[in-house]
Design a protein around this ligand. Sequence first.
Ligand code: ZN
Length: 434
Amino acid sequence: MIWNREAECMTAGEMEELQLKRLQEVVKRAYENVPYYRKAFDDAGVRPEDIETLQDIEKLPFTSKTDLRDAYPFGMFAVPDDDIVEIHTTSGTTGKPTVSGYTQNDIELWGEVVARALVMAGGDKKDKIQNCYGYGLFTGGMGVHYGGQKIGATVIPVSAGNTMRQIEIMQDFDSTILTCTPSYAMYLAEVLENQGVGHDKISLKAGVFGAEMWTEEMRAEIEKRLNIDALNIYGLTEIIGPGVAQECMVKDGLHIFDDHFYPEIIDTQTLKALPAGEKGELVLTTLTREGMPVIRFRTRDITALRYGQCECGRTNVKMDRITGRSDDMLKIRGVIVFPSQIERALLKIEGLEPQYQIIVSRPQQLDELEVQVEASPALFSDEVKYVEEVKKNIEQHIHNEIGIRVNVTLVEPQSLPRSEGKAVRVIDKRELSK
Ligand code: ZN
């Protein structure tokens, strides 16, 4: 099923024509209504009428997270406050959060793109969506809510947390689609197993998981343990929330809803555009947002774009699963390491729980990387010599993946902290500012 065949299956020529028209409009709107953009465009010596082709987008300056934060709270809004009907923010763990304002049309748009995403995951009006994304200022809860209602499904707004209640609702209400972070899906699977709730007791068929990075190996694990199709959703508060891109059942990349969000990939060093297929930082421009248009936003997410028709019939450009963020990239003794690489290595080993934490320290002058991994109960009760062998095996697998030596510590099952939102995978104890 395809929710909006016209928007999801148009030819490349039709898409480019639509994108250019919308780009010209949004650039003009931003220039005329947002003092920040007027100044930024003037400083770069570019005027809205200079955008004659899609490639001309490269003449426009980038917008960074810091630019948005500096405009706190409402400096980026392009409409009078009266026209804003809803506000969301990022978590703002460091400094002020980023604020995103929505007009009524923006809310309609949000529902539309999430509707496309849910239908891509096999959703329709018969489904019951157990929405465990947080409701509140975080965009996850409301985004899925609007999309779910748009397709006529039953939305269960259970929000994040209270795992035992989640399990109960899942069984009593016959939830068919689960929406949450992949790490929380793993945790739910674990609790279901511990409670002896088998696949025959639940009706889940699919999961729409996002808000954090995960790997193919993690997908396989979730699909097996929950007996569902596990699909990847992508989005960010600065652009709209969840619903910027979604994976179809082909499970080979996420379709970006590029009639509304224009993607580019840039080289993080030269900041120049990279051709299709090459890996770099994703930059997004909102083509139709009214409340807060964002031009060339640097997402920090590392991916690549692929054009052409997908086996599912859609033509929206696909982006690869996010493999890292240019800002949570770890530099260990000069080597670039992404937490996802460690996860990939761990999931290659039989009998390991994919629960881990990475601890970076600098006891003397050299960085040390410790990976704490939960062993299975069976393994933990085994004799010391065997445990030592497993530890060596994990160290070898991680070494193969990242090219540097690490110390692995096997910890007791269930001993690492579980998260109901985004998993905390890295603890950096280095005092790098000194
Ligand atoms: Zn597809």
